[in-house]
Design a binder for this molecule. Structure first.
Ligand code: ADP
Ligand code: ZN
Length: 721
């Protein structure tokens, strides 16, 4: 029987439930049919093919445009214990041959390739797959690259029409985060999909707050912002290579940990900087759009556009790189008219008026986004053909939108004026009438009306504003003839004759000096523990030489710091802890949580993690389930550390961590573990290099000193401290 998707989700990826329509997509593929998936960045596209890949016999081929993306994905899979590899031009022929051999032996579950590799000159992979392997599924990532209508056309993608010809019965899934109607159609046509379904998801990214700010003298504001986000990771996009270099230099001079990234740098520098950014060793990447496609880093907290993007597609994709972990994140755009002129020039394509028109049109929509007084999120979602409410609460225009207040009197005055002139005059006229204007335009008989001049108490703009508010909330309507006039509606009658109250938004005060409140959700997690867990994660990441977010995402750590798991079973309920990762890292994280809880007298909160109806009555927890205690007991019964590790099927380092706890609490004596001579050497190294990195200490000590020796000695120094 086939492995169930839900059990793969839990055991391999450590997630308890599918998101959006992941489950429907996976079921559809498993029934042998094709799928086109549109999901926003961070929505969880990868799992849509990774889960079926693990359910199906044979290998899943993932076509992906960028080497960086492949490597990241493969690293992530390997860390979860999944057999995955990639084939690309950076590899030595012998490396490639080894991968082909794995394919022949049916040892790989996922293989990532660039499209040009499929029928490449050295290896014709399609041919190879046909003759010597058994592909289970084809996944086309960034599928919009196949279409000229998209904003990121890649001719190599055209090869993909071969897939259905050569493998008619192997299902294909095409995935993208940006596709308009034309592009979508093109993807289906180009891939020659027949028995397919399109799965669309909301493009909304609720955890991103959008801001547009005036660009004049923006540097100080930028610095203020970065100052408040010193610990965070972020990307600043600029239009030109020079601009990235200059801004990165300025920021460095102001004490920030920033570097530039653009296609003009040599490859080694680019790779190096990207790597440092992924590993949180560079906080701010100041980049052109060359940076980011395929960057899966999940803890990017902000994306700033120092220059205007060329189109909404690009803007949305770039801002989408913030907050893939689902935590609150920000997108800030500095907008100035100078950029519009510059981009208009760029949009001029010689001898191609059609293309020029498309580009200019897209630019206009970008400008309209910056200038809108409406909800930015609504604008973006509507752009992608999606309905959205008028108010999202998490964009600058919504944040600035004042609260509703009782404006019944104001509404009655406006409506009476409309009624008195028999619903035959436009907005400006009504407002001038209310304000008692002396203008000739106001008819003499209207100057006799009771409503003439009853609105002298408010400026003209305010009356205009409230009248528009009445229009947008249906208390008034505009006729649709050549000279539109204001008319009453059913709703207005309720106000005029039945005393109904009207609530309206006050006019927006547009000041650019006020600081927005940063809308950070207040999660009730243990902040100090979260910081400790981040340190632990970084130490492991450095030891294994992978980016920290691939070990666990920030949201997994927040989950730990919120629910405080005490046992391995508890841990399996924490997002991101699959079987493989629990085995590998579980104990280290559990120990950290337990230590923190012991120190602060906290109990686990794992019960809160369960659905309400399953919640058990909260009993005082018995501490003999304490995993450290079990290790201690076995050790005290005379087992060696190795024996305890085997008995408990845990790693030696985990048992060492357990025993360290008892060394630091004074219950075990360090001299039983480490000779005074070694202790002395380790102490000296600690004095020199600090305690942050075990690896650093290990590297600077003689070979004969083990990680265990260092752990124990560190624990011993804690009692004395
Ligand atoms: P996309 O490729 O759509 O931009 P990813 O596949 O990289 O997004 O997923 C974004 C993040 O969400 C990843 O950290 C991923 O592990 C996580 N994720 C995806 N699906 C789920 C799920 N069902 N439950 C919890 N986290 C998920
Ligand atoms: Zn909004």
């Amino acid at each position: 029987m086939m492995v169930q998707p839900a059990s793969i989700l839990q055991s391999v990826f450590g997630y308890t439930s599918f998101r959006h329509n992941q489950e429907a997509i996976i079921d559809h593929l498993l029934s042998g049919k094709d799928a086109v998936v549109l999901m926003p960045t961070g929505g969880g596209k990868s799992l849509c093919y990774q889960v079926p890949a693990l359910c199906l016999e044979g290998v899943t081929i993932v076509v992906s445009p960028l080497i960086a993306l492949m490597k990241d994905q493969v690293d992530a899979l390997l860390l979860s214990g999944v057999k995955a590899a990639f084939l690309n031009s950076t590899q030595h022929p012998s490396e490639r041959e080894a991968i082909l051999q794995q394919l022949r032996n049916n040892e790989l579950k996922l293989l990532y390739v660039a499209p040009e590799r499929l029928v490449g000159s050295e290896i014709n992979l399609l041919q190879f797959l046909k003759e010597q392997a058994s592909p289970a599924l084809f996944a086309i990532d960034e599928a919009h690259c196949i279409s000229q209508w998209g904003h990121d056309f890649r001719p190599e993608y055209r090869i993909l029409h071969e897939l259905k010809i050569q493998f008619p019965s192997v299902p294909v899934i095409a995935l993208t985060a940006t596709a308009d109607g034309l592009t979508k159609r093109d993807i289906i046509d180009q891939l020659q999909l027949k028995d397919y379904r399109v799965f669309e998801n909301s493009f909304n990214r609720p955890n991103i707050t959008y801001y547009v700010k005036p660009k004049r003298n923006y540097y100080d504001e930028l610095v203020d912002y970065l100052e408040q986000h010193k610990e965070d990771s972020g990307i600043i996009y600029c239009l030109s290579r020079n601009a990235t270099e200059k801004l990165a230099e300025d920021l460095k001079a102001d004490g920030f940990n920033a570097e530039a990234y653009h296609a003009g740098l040599d490859k080694t520098t680019r790779d190096q900087r990207q790597d440092l950014f992924l590993k949180d060793d560079i906080n701010i990447m100041v980049a052109t759009i060359a940076f980011g496609m395929g960057i899966n880093k999940s803890n990017v907290r902000y994306v700033i556009h120092a220059d205007l993007p060329k189109n909404i597609e690009g803007y949305y994709q770039e801002t989408g790189r913030a907050g893939r972990d689902g935590l609150p994140s920000e997108a800030i755009l500095f907008y100035g008219p100078g950029d519009v002129m510059k981009l208009k020039n760029f949009a001029q394509i010689d001898n191609n008026p059609e293309q020029t028109k498309i580009l200019l049109d897209k630019l206009d929509k970008m400008v309209a986004f910056c200038e809108t007084k409406q909800c930015r999120r609504k604008y973006l979602l509507n752009y992608f053909g999606e309905q959205a409410p008028d108010y999202c609460g998490t964009c600058d225009t919504c944040i600035h939108k004042p609260e509703l207040s009782d404006q019944t009197i104001v509404a009655q005055k406006i409506m009476s004026a409309v009624a008195r002139v028999n619903e035959r005059f436009g907005l400006g006229y009504i407002v001038d009438l209310l304000r008692g204007s002396n203008s000739e335009k106001i008819r003499p008989e209207h100057k006799e009306l009771k409503v003439y001049g009853i609105g002298k108490d408010k400026p003209r703009d305010e009356w205009m504003h409230y009248t528009r508010e009445l229009l947008s909330s249906g208390y008034l309507q505009m006729s649709d003839n050549q000279y539109p006039v204001l008319q009453l509606t059913e709703k207005s009658k309720g106000v005029l004759f039945q005393g109904e109250k009207v609530f309206l938004h006050a006019p927006i005060q547009i000041t650019t000096t006020t600081k927005e409140p940063v809308v950070y959700q207040q999660l009730p997690y243990e902040k100090e523990l979260f910081e400790q867990l981040k340190k632990l994660r970084n130490t492991i990441a450095h030891e294994e030489n992978v980016p920290a977010y691939l070990i666990f995402s920030d949201s997994s750590l927040i989950d730990l710091a919120t629910y405080l798991p005490f046992t391995t079973e508890d841990l399996s309920k924490i997002s991101g802890f699959g079987v493989y990762k629990i085995e590998k890292y579980g104990e280290a994280f559990l120990t950290q949580v337990q230590d923190y809880c012991n120190e602060h007298g906290l109990d686990t909160r794992i019960e809160l993690k369960q659905p309400k109806r399953e919640r058990k009555s909260k009993l005082p927890r018995e501490r003999e389930t304490d995993t450290k205690k079990i290790s201690l007991d076995l050790y005290q019964k005379g087992m060696s550390i190795e024996e305890v590790a085997i008995q408990r099927t845990l790693s030696i380092s985990t048992i060492e961590t357990h025993l360290s706890y008892y060394i630091s609490s004074g219950k075990l004596d360090i001299t039983n573990f480490v000779s005074p001579n070694k202790q002395e050497l380790i102490q000296a190294a600690i004095a020199k290099y600090g305690k942050a990195s075990l690896r650093l200490l290990k590297e600077n000590l003689p070979e004969t000193i083990s990680y265990g020796d260092i752990r124990f000695t560190m624990a011993a120094t804690e009692i004395n401290a």
